[in-house]
Structures are given as structure tokens and as C-alpha cells.
Ligand binder design. Structure first.
Ligand code: IMP
Length: 193
């Protein structure tokens, strides 16, 4: 079966292709001729995931899933959260976002945080939502050079290294996205898509 993964993020496609059973073929936005950026105008992580999958289903007709992820820091009232991609401004990048998180946490002792992924699936006329959460702490400085985004400042609980010190397959075993994705895969297998 073919299903579109509505993301332009090559890292995510790589992570997800590693986890999907070979019977499920992932199509990218490029594969279906969609080159436009889908605006993330939702006020929550789940709303953004729903906006993206609905856009593809409505405009291109494909069954589709999309994910949205955010880093939620307890003492920053859940921020960056839905603003994770643009925390340091509209034209921000991961290095600037990380710098701002660390600056805003300079005098904070409780460094608890979590990654939350929401996956929205549009299958036929049905919509489904799957969630994955990994709890951890924010380090005082970046460490490691694998992964992407906020990985270098996030240490999962019971681990002595940041996500950026995990190989892709190690990260895939425990990550927020893989937890949500396993729920999606179980669903797809159950409905025999
Ligand atoms: P989005 O889900 O692609 O919109 O990502 C929102 C923000 O969270 C971006 O800045 C990403 O770099 C970051 N992000 C998403 N997934 C991860 C992850 O697995 N690790 C670290 N950062 C992530």
C-alpha cells in the first residue's frame, strides 16, 4: 500500500522509513508533486498535524499522515511547544532555538522537559490521532552531533547521553516519534490498509 507522509523534513522521512514494514510504501510530498509549504497555523501540536494531513487528503486525494513535534519545557510553561521550529523568530534555525532555550533556562534548576509528537492520519473519510511522549531533562550545554533540532540539549530520563549522542537506530527504539509511529503502524495493520 502507498501512503503519503506530509513532511519536507528528510530526517523524519529517514527515521520513519526505518520503522515502517516494507509492505507500506511511504510517498513524500515531492513524490506526489506537492512543492508548496503547508502553513502550520494551529495553536497546538495536534492541530498542526491535523492541518497538514487534511490539506493533502483534500487537495491531492491520497491517504496521508503527518506529524508535528514540539519540545515542552515544564518551567517555560510548555514552551517552545507548538513554536518549536520558530522559537527564536520566524527565520530561526536549530542553533538559535537551542541558544534561546538555554538562555531562558539559565537560572532554572528544574530542567524537566518532554518531546511530544502527534501523528494525524487521514484514511478514507476517517481521521485518527496518535501521540508519543518522551520525558527527560534539558542539559546546560549542547552535546553530541547526531540527530537534529533540539536533540543535543535533551537527555531522556534514565539515560546519561543526549539524543544527539544516540545513533538513529538507538533513538528510534525510544523516541517520541517512534512511539506515535508504532501506534500508527499497529492501526494500519489492524485495518489491513
Ligand atoms: P516539526 O515537527 O518539523 O514542525 O518540528 C518542530 C521543531 O521541533 C523543529 O525545530 C524541529 O527541528 C524540532 N524537532 C522535531 N522533531 C525533533 C526530534 O526528534 N528531536 C529534536 N528536535 C526535533
Amino acid at each position: 500500500m502507498n501512503i503519503v507522509f506530509a513532511t519536507g523534513n528528510k530526517n523524519k522521512i529517514k527515521e520513519i522509513k526505518n520503522l515502517m514494514p516494507k509492505t507500506i510504501k511511504i510517498l513524500s510530498l515531492k513524490d506526489i508533486g506537492c512543492n508548496q509549504e503547508i502553513k502550520e497555523t494551529g495553536s497546538t501540536i495536534s492541530e498542526n498535524a491535523i492541518i497538514k494531513s487534511n490539506y493533502i487528503k483534500t487537495n491531492y486525494g491520497y491517504d496521508c499522515f503527518s506529524d508535528d513535534t514540539g519540545l515542552e519545557v515544564d518551567e517555560l510553561d510548555g514552551k517552545p511547544g507548538v513554536f518549536s521550529a520558530r522559537y527564536a523568530g520566524k527565520y530561526s534555525n536549530s542553533a538559535k532555538n537551542i541558544q534561546l532555550v538555554l538562555k531562558n533556562m539559565k537560572s532554572i534548576n528544574d530542567r524537566s522537559a518532554q518531546f511530544r509528537t502527534c501523528i494525524s492520519l487521514c484514511h478514507g473519510n476517517e481521521n485518527y490521532l496518535f501521540e508519543g511522549i518522551v520525558k527527560g531533562t534539558i542539559t546546560s550545554k549542547p552535546k553530541g552531533n547526531m540527530g537534529f533540532g533540539y536533540d543535543s540539549i535533551f537527555k531522556p530520563n534514565l539515560s546519561n547521553k543526549t539524543f544527539a549522542e544516540y545513533t538513529l537506530s538507538e533513538k528510534n527504539k525510544i523516541s517520541h516519534r517512534s512511539i506515535a509511529l508504532k501506534k500508527l503502524i499497529n492501526h494500519l495493520i489492524k485495518v489491513n490498509l
